[in-house]
Ligand binder design. Structure first.
Ligand SMILES: [Zn+2]
Length: 219
């Protein structure tokens, strides 16, 4: 049977499409697995994998480990989604992929990257030591990420939210916090959020490539 991402549920009443959105938000708000913006994100990991040898497939798995542990035997719960290569007009995303050349007969040959279309085709419900915890935690994460999305949508929403702006440098990993009061001042100068983000540079190394996320005000 063909998967229906808009209606098929994964855990609780979460659909595949909704879980995919949580995965995307998780990547956005959990840079380098730093423990913010919320303690619920501690010990929560999103793993990406792909196979370019027999067709093209991708899987993502969100998993919660027992606090402070590593390894696969300490997974409390995990849920996953999988994508397959499609020729259809109905696809979820396009990615540049290089064929896997590890099989003997292909070895030594070089293949150029090509555009591959991927479609969400499968999911697996929670397994692990305490799979029943997944549905409730995913519901809380979903609500939390919605608040973070809304808070960081504009200078106006951000400066009236409980979050400051953490600016993380991609080159040297220096972090700088811009307080809400400053965001409000930018807003009063008539600036838009995009314009502020485009002007940000790392205070340590001057790099322009930074990423900003909402973080709770630190004491
Ligand atoms: Zn830097």
């Amino acid at each position: 049977m063909k998967a229906d991402p808009a209606n098929d549920s994964v855990d609780g009443d979460l659909t595949m499409r909704e879980l995919d959105k949580i995965f995307t938000q998780h990547d956005r708000y959990n840079m380098f697995y730093l423990p913010y913006p919320h303690p619920l994100m501690n010990d929560l990991y999103l793993s990406h994998s792909g196979d370019n040898e027999r067709g093209y497939t991708k899987t993502k798995q969100l998993l919660r480990r027992r606090s402070g542990t590593q390894g696969w035997n300490q997974v409390l719960w995990s849920v996953g989604l999988s994508w397959e290569n499609t020729q259809d007009e109905d696809y979820d995303f396009v990615s540049m992929e290089v064929p896997d050349t590890s099989t003997a007969y292909k070895r030594g040959r070089r293949f150029p990257a090509k555009e591959i279309r991927f479609k969400l085709v499968g999911s697996w419900a929670s397994d692990g030591q305490e799979p029943e915890r997944a549905a409730g935690e995913l519901a809380v994460l979903r609500a939390l990420y919605r608040v973070l999305d809304e808070s960081s949508a504009s200078l106006e929403s951000w400066s009236s939210s409980p979050y400051d702006m953490l600016v993380h440098c991609f080159r040297c990993r220096h972090e700088n916090v811009i307080e809400r009061s400053m965001l409000r001042r930018f807003m009063q100068q008539g600036l838009l959020l995009d314009a502020v983000m485009n002007r940000l540079t790392c205070q340590k190394c001057g790099q322009r490539k930074t990423r900003s996320i909402p973080v709770p005000t630190r004491a």
